[in-house]
Ligand binder design. Structure first.
Ligand code: 6R9
Length: 651
């Protein structure tokens, strides 16, 4: 292959741009443009200033020790994450402010003020300590989206124990793998969880997972009741409510943690190999989470913050628990599905609680598009002032839909690029400063140094795509992979010395804006043109009939690879040969003939991970007639089965 053909092409041109209103800019926490330059000139000074927003038991002596690939931030400082998220707000003016407004799927709700949250966290910390949990021990948490989940995490943090949250949708096998890898001492779970009116049998899954582990105690929250069919094992299992009833009501003294002590592990699954336990520190992580709440999300005391993620993913860790609570914000937490009982549930919640900032995923927005604008239109969304997205590239059409139908063309949108490994938003607009372009996460936040480079680590400039990299360490970066520092070095720092490699393809436009092209592993090579998945998908989604699209490259005798597109249409649209032709034509017009899909397969759903990312790898397996690889992270296995049979028919 020639050097030229190795370049990742940049294809789609988006010219729309939206500037913040004068009104938004005037009130924004961050509205002085020079912050970017000042932070770039002295990132350590910038981050030290941000870290001072936290309460330290002992001030740090040194901002950064960097021995690539290992960073230590705020060295010598001591603090406690739970103290910062709860205790410090539970005295003074925020004492009786709502910390968590929780909405259950069946319609029950619960409000915890900062003072109430402190009492609950302290009781839970006493209870866990009573079970023998100590600083540095691992506690695995396998709970649905109920208040006991953040309470458990914060109780661990208060003791100095390391929590490892496993998403409640994971199977017993996945849970077992994570319990074993972390060598967990205690598991906190529930009898069951509600999902779209049905029950997920969490305790039964846990029992299956526990047989081969060293877990000493299982704490069980009663959420569902008898219909969950949970059984308790004498001597090992205890009910949360019994423990809490017996726990002392005296304050629990927060453990002073070293800035570099581990706050939590969170497992991410790669395409191959066992899941990686991503390790986050206390001081650096909390600084990143807290800073981005103030800068990217412009959080204020009056705000009502609603992030629709599950706490089982990093988005929930950073933007339901540690970010908003460390900032003393009011957080809306919702237990269930977006279409239960109706397709307007999120909008009903926004109206009910007067949500001001709403943060969700592109895949959800594309689903809302598919369902139609009448659902949000049925509710008063006028309290909203800022919107955000995370998880995947947002197609410009989905961005515009969000802007029009949810933001009423008034709310800035922050498209936030980041990863489990980065801990908090890295590329995202500061909404009072940076004009946005639909589909771009804009530029790195202050204090973060990103670039797009070629195979040799040279900047590629504005013409072509390449590898997205982060050139300097940042406070909330992962510290290592739990139990496997070698894997940490190889995966993230193996390609370019001392430079972090996220694994995404990207290109920069003439304004220096970053456009994510998709995962490097998913890049398609058609006759020597390397094409990112995101742009072709966005071209397809720009057609008014399309709600969602996933493209993959399948092997082709002549072209090397040919593009297969899997397309979901909007409600009420008929799928026929005319539409196929029209969609191919749209791609040719928007991008060029080399990106024309060879075939288009219509499907009611796309295979997605449980964190709602499209699994292109499985689509490739289907298109190439292979046995499917690892499907354990698939949210709905039936989607793949129906696609497989459909694909055969289309052949
Ligand atoms: C927070 C989270 C990380 C991967 C990341 C990238 C994709 C996330 C994105 C985005 C384009 C955005 N991603 N945000 N791509 N634009 N705004 O999602 O973490 O689950 O670890 O996934 O998600 O490919 O590398 P995680």
């Amino acid at each position: 292959m020639s050097v030229d053909s190795e370049k990742l092409s940049t294809l789609l041109h988006e010219t729309r741009s939206f500037s913040p209103s004068d009104e938004f800019r005037a009130q924004a926490n961050f509205n002085d443009e020079t912050i970017y330059e000042r932070a770039a000139n002295d990132p350590e000074a910038y981050w030290a200033l941000q870290a001072e927003q936290l309460t330290w038991f002992q001030p740090f002596e040194n901002v950064l020790n960097w021995e690539p690939p290992h960073a230590q931030w705020f060295v010598g400082g001591k603090l406690n994450a739970a103290y910062n998220c709860v205790d410090r707000h539970a005295v003074g003016p925020r004492k009786n402010k709502a910390a968590i407004i929780w909405e259950g799927e069946p319609g029950d709700s619960r409000v915890l003020t900062y003072d109430m949250l402190r009492r609950e966290v302290d009781k839970a910390a006493h209870a866990l300590k009573g079970l023998g949990v100590q600083k540095g021990d691992r506690v695995t948490i396998y709970l649905p989206m109920i208040p006991e989940l953040p309470i458990s995490m914060l109780a661990c943090a208060k003791i100095g124990a390391i929590h490892s949250v496993v998403f409640g949708g994971f199977s017993s096998k996945s849970l077992q793998q994570r319990l074993e890898d972390a060598d967990a001492k205690v598991l906190i779970t529930a009898d069951g969880g509600w999902r779209r009116g049905g029950v997920i049998p969490l305790k039964a899954n846990a029992d299956e997972a526990l047989s081969a582990t060293k877990v000493e105690n299982v704490v069980v929250v009663r959420r569902v009741g008898d219909s969950a069919g949970a059984t308790m094992q004498e001597g090992r299992d205890v009910y949360w409510h019994d423990l809490m009833a017996k726990a002392p009501t005296t304050p629990f003294e927060a453990e002073p943690m070293d800035s570099e002590d581990i706050l939590y592990l969170l497992y991410t699954s790669g395409t191959t190999g066992k899941p990686k336990g991503i390790v986050h520190s206390t001081g650096g992580y909390l600084t990143g989470a807290n800073t981005s709440m103030r800068s990217v999300f412009d959080i204020k005391d009056e705000d009502v913050w609603f992030c629709t993620a599950d706490i089982g993913w990093v988005t929930g860790h950073t933007y339901i628990v540690y970010g908003p609570l460390s900032a003393g914000a009011t957080v809306v937490m919702y237990e269930g599905g977006p279409d239960y009982p109706g397709r307007d549930r999120f909008w009903e919640i926004v109206e009910k609680y007067g949500v001001t900032i709403f943060y969700t995923a592109p895949t959800s927005i594309r689903t809302f598009m598919k369902w139609g604008p009448e659902h949000p239109a049925a509710h008063d969304l006028s309290t909203l002032r800022l919107l955000g997205t995370v998880g995947e590239p947002i197609n410009p059409e989905a961005w515009m839909w969000f802007h029009q139908h949810i933001g009423n063309e008034r709310c800035p949108i922050v498209d936030t690029w980041w990863q489990t490994e980065t801990g908090c938003a890295m590329i995202a607009p500061l909404p009072g400063i940076v004009p946005t372009k639909p589909g771009s996460a804009t530029r790195a936040v202050p204090g973060i140094d990103v670039d797009v480079v070629d195979e040799h680590g040279q900047s590629v400039g504005f013409e072509n795509g390449g590898y997205l990299v982060i050139k300097k360490p940042w406070p909330s970066m992962l510290r290592t992979v739990w139990g496997d520092d070698e894997r940490f070095r190889n995966t993230y720092f193996g390609k370019f010395e001392g430079i972090y490699l996220p694994g995404d393809g990207a290109h920069l436009d003439e304004d220096g804006y970053v456009w994510i092209l998709g995962r490097i592993d998913d890049v398609i090579n058609v006759s020597g043109h390397r094409i990112g998945t995101a742009e072709v998908e966005s071209a397809l989604v720009s057609h008014s009939s399309v709600a969602e699209a996933a493209v993959i490259g399948r092997s082709h005798d002549i072209k090397g690879q040919a593009i297969t597109a899997f397309v979901t249409v909007r409600e009420g649209i008929e799928t026929n040969q005319e539409l196929v032709a029209a969609l191919k034509q749209t791609v040719v017009e928007k991008i060029g003939a080399m990106a024309r899909p060879e075939e288009i397969i219509f499907t009611a759903e796309l295979p997605k991970t449980r964190s709602a990312k499209i699994m292109r790898r499985l689509l490739r397996d289907i298109a190439e007639g292979r046995v499917l690889g690892d499907t354990t992270t698939l949210a709905d296995p039936s989607v793949v089965e129906s696609l497989k049979s459909q694909y055969k028919e289309a052949d």
